[in-house]
Design a protein around this ligand. Structure first.
Ligand SMILES: C[S@@+](CC[C@H](N)C(=O)[O-])C[C@H]1O[C@@H](n2cnc3c(N)ncnc32)[C@H](O)[C@@H]1O
Length: 211
């Protein structure tokens, strides 16, 4: 059996190890870590949850900038292996949960900040990125299958007054997320930030006042 060659990248000052079996860390996504760190500083107490963590660098950088306990979820055992190594390199203890995100977070667990980076490439465009593992990027017909699952997990596990940062691709996906969030009584899209290679959507849990 051949193994892919390990590579290292500097991600906002963190040394991150990965190889060709997982998505290569994208420098722009440090913006998601920095925004999450801003939110963590004023969020209610509790751990941070990272969904679709891959090699873990987005969540690790966030809690390096604004320390909190971190729970990371990814389906892929190889990604979880790198996550554990990268957490050790950063000197951060992480609760790594390997499995489908809608199965590995227990009922009743709540998080004041959730960071999510699901696959968001439309299936018909996956071939445009031959260097990327399909499971890391294939978001289904409209690219939002896994983002929908993230929303369901966010709805179940985001604490009151908490915030989630969901990464999507083109800006029209962010608009679609706004539409989908309308179906959740206690979730609101409060801000969208657009970057050259993707967009970040901030979703807050706001409990409606009793009449
Ligand atoms: C776009 S990649 C992001 C990885 C990492 N955050 C990064 O920036 O490189 C999406 C990740 O979601 C994971 N994933 C796909 N489906 C999942 C699911 N149902 N539950 C949990 N993780 C999933 C993939 O294994 C992959 O690591």
């Amino acid at each position: 059996m051949t193994t892919a060659e390990a590579q290292f990248v500097d991600f906002g000052g963190l040394r991150v190890e990965y190889d060709a079996r997982v998505l290569t860390p994208r420098p722009w996504t440090a913006a998601q870590s920095r925004w999450a760190a801003e939110l963590i500083r004023t969020a209610p107490p509790g751990p941070v949850l990272e969904l679709c963590a891959g090699a873990g660098h987005i969540g690790l950088l966030a809690v390096t900038l604004a320390p909190r306990p971190l729970v990371c979820v990814d389906l892929d055992p190889v990604a979880c292996g790198f996550l554990r190594k990268n957490a050790a390199l950063a000197g951060i203890e992480v609760d790594v949960r390997q499995g489908p995100m809608d199965e590995v977070v227990a009922a009743g667990e709540e998080f004041p900040v959730i960071v999510a980076d699901p696959p968001w490439v439309r299936t018909e465009e996956v071939g445009t990125f031959p260097e990327d593992p399909v499971t890391a990027i294939d978001g289904g017909r409209d690219g939002l299958d896994l983002a929908r699952t993230c929303l369901a997990v966010i709805d179940r596990h985001l604490a009151i007054d908490g915030s989630a940062l969901l990464q999507v691709g083109p800006l029209d996906q962010a608009q679609r997320i706004r539409d989908l969030v309308e179906h959740y009584d206690e979730l609101d899209v409060v801000e969208v930030r657009d970057y050259e290679r993707g967009a970040l959507v901030r979703i807050d849990r706001v409990v409606p006042e009793a009449a």
